[in-house]
Design a protein around this ligand. Structure first.
Ligand code: AMP
Ligand code: MG
Length: 491
């Protein structure tokens, strides 16, 4: 059934009920003049919500949390986290709220969550608000990630509040309505562990197992199995980021999910010129979260998760440490396997079992490719897509990406000898990603009131593999005068 009125929206409050110690009942700030900027109709339908109704005055008030269905119990969630390596014992939803969980037509729980909905008891010095630009950035980039097949929180809507938010300059305010399979973070476990209440920690772990990794409940050691499952999903997730050239920018443990979904799109960006050291965040002075560091950081974050889980893994702490260490050691292998499989597919050499070229042929090819891309600062996305054309015999476009094509020609000869599958390449190598200059252009226009560029960009990046006439500019790298790109944490 599609919910087309407030009384037919069923928002559960399982997190709030099962984990009261991690929940502060709270209400969103009143929005005097809500104006819907963008609504994700396919996602609404997936959630069993009627898009027409969501656009109505009542629907928009639900989207900003000013109307909540009977029985719902919105809460601000508590969590801790390591930020840039330093532990912060109390972060939590400073400007966000969990409205509740929807049961989607498949029977899965989906968190409906607000960002920019006003100060909460976790706000510390913050104003509890969010500006239109950063909320639209999260909307565009998360929906692009979803279209690329990468696990992520989703964006249901952005509603302008009509209220000014003071950053470096006054900016129009907004609320993002976010949907996630949950908002359980490594930092949630760190917070629970720090309370010293093992019963709470166990309830949190059971909640996470039930929602995300139900097979762990049947394992001999369910909490070790939970840890192991999170190692797997995070290894796969970060491999997928690396394969599309995504730089998250703020991989703190509070931005690391237990579900394996990408969360919190702040100072994130996609690579253009291939550069392993790429950093886009203005606050990441040391390059901790640079492109090439992401797998190592994910592993570091998982070590913090392991520490939080220790009392559940074994009553003898030394034994618990041994067990989680063994499990964590699997991260590197799982990451490499996911990355290599993905890269083979990008090179058109995935094949089906038995028909694919052997590792002895493919591995040297992979090893020799990246120095070429780095040396000529080749556009990451366009390289793989144009390589697909080269698999069909049209080598011009990909050669043109190199200043010195001789090295590439030699590499390409070896690659072509392995008989790459061009059609398979086009299914995994996007034409359109949310390029930094296009995102900036769309956000700037939207902030000025023109939603046209945002709509155009969304159209391109939510169908990233289908090359379409008229969308050429969305596939082009930034113009020379765009300059080095930085995103600011003034979110
Ligand atoms: P983030 O960097 O967005 O992951 O946020 C880190 C922490 O800062 C979280 O606890 C947020 O709730 C909090 N925070 C960020 N911006 C604000 C704000 N404007 N007002 C209140 N809290 C905020
Ligand atoms: Mg965060």
């Amino acid at each position: 059934m599609t919910a087309a009125s407030l009384s037919t929206v069923n928002l559960d409050s399982r997190f709030a009920q099962e984990l009261g110690e991690l929940s502060v009942p709270w209400r969103a700030e009143d929005v005097a003049e809500p104006r819907l900027l963008v609504l994700n109709e396919p996602l609404a339908a997936e959630l069993g919500l009627d898009p027409g109704w969501l656009r109505s005055a009542e629907g928009v008030r639900l989207l900003v949390g000013n109307l909540v269905p009977e029985g719902a119990a919105p809460v601000a969630q508590a969590y801790a986290g390591h930020q840039f390596g330093f532990y912060a014992p109390r972060l939590g939803d400073g400007r966000a709220l969990l409205l509740g969980e929807l049961v989607d037509p498949e029977g899965s729980l989906r968190d409906v969550h607000l960002k920019g909905s006003g100060r909460t008891p976790f706000a510390r010095g913050g104003d509890g608000l969010a500006a239109v630009g950063p909320m639209l950035r999260e909307y565009v980039v998360s929906e692009a990630m979803h279209a690329l097949g990468i696990p992520t929180t989703r964006s249901l809507a952005v509603v302008a509040t009509g209220r000014q938010v003071l950053r470096e300059t006054p900016l129009p305010g907004a609320v993002l309505t976010r949907v996630a399979s949950s908002h359980l973070r490594v930092g949630t476990f760190q917070y629970a562990r720090a309370t010293g209440d093992d019963g709470l920690l166990r309830r949190l772990a059971d909640h996470a197992i039930h929602r995300h990794h139900p097979h762990a409940a049947r394992a001999e050691n369910p909490y070790l199995a939970l840890f192991d499952a999170v190692v797997t999903v995070q290894a796969r997730l970060v491999a997928q980021w690396m394969l599309v050239g995504f730089v998250h920018g703020v991989m703190n443990t509070d931005n690391t999910t237990v579900s394996g979904e990408t969360i919190d799109y702040g100072p994130c960006a996609f690579l253009d010129a291939f550069d392993p050291a790429a950093v886009y965040s203005s606050i990441d002075q040391g390059g901790r979260y640079a492109y090439r560091n992401q797998p190592v950081v994910a592993e570091w974050n998982l070590a913090r998760f392991a520490e939080a889980l220790l009392p559940l893994v074994h009553e003898d702490q030394d034994r618990a440490v041994q067990l989680v260490q063994t499990s964590l050691q699997a991260f590197a292998g799982r990451y490499s396997a996911a990355w290599t499989t993905g890269l083979r597919a990008k090179l058109g050499l995935g094949g089906s079992a038995g028909t694919a070229p052997g590792d002895d042929d493919v591995q040297p090819l992979i090893d020799d490719l990246f120095p070429l891309l780095v040396a000529d600062r080749v556009d990451h996305t366009n390289f793989f897509r144009c390589l697909g054309a080269a698999a069909r015999g049209d080598t011009g476009p990909v050669r043109d990406l190199f200043r010195d094509p001789a090295g590439f020609d030699d590499w390409a000869g070896r690659w072509r000898a392995l008989d790459p599958d061009a059609d398979a390449m086009d299914r995994v190598n996007p034409v359109y990603i949310p390029r930094n200059h296009l995102v900036e252009e769309a956000l700037e226009a939207a902030t000025e009131g023109d939603l046209g560029p945002l709509a155009g960009l969304l159209d391109a990046v939510t169908e990233p593999y289908a090359e379409r006439p008229g969308l050429e500019r969305y596939a082009e790298p930034a113009p020379q005068d765009f300059g080095p790109y930085q995103t600011f944490c003034g979110t």
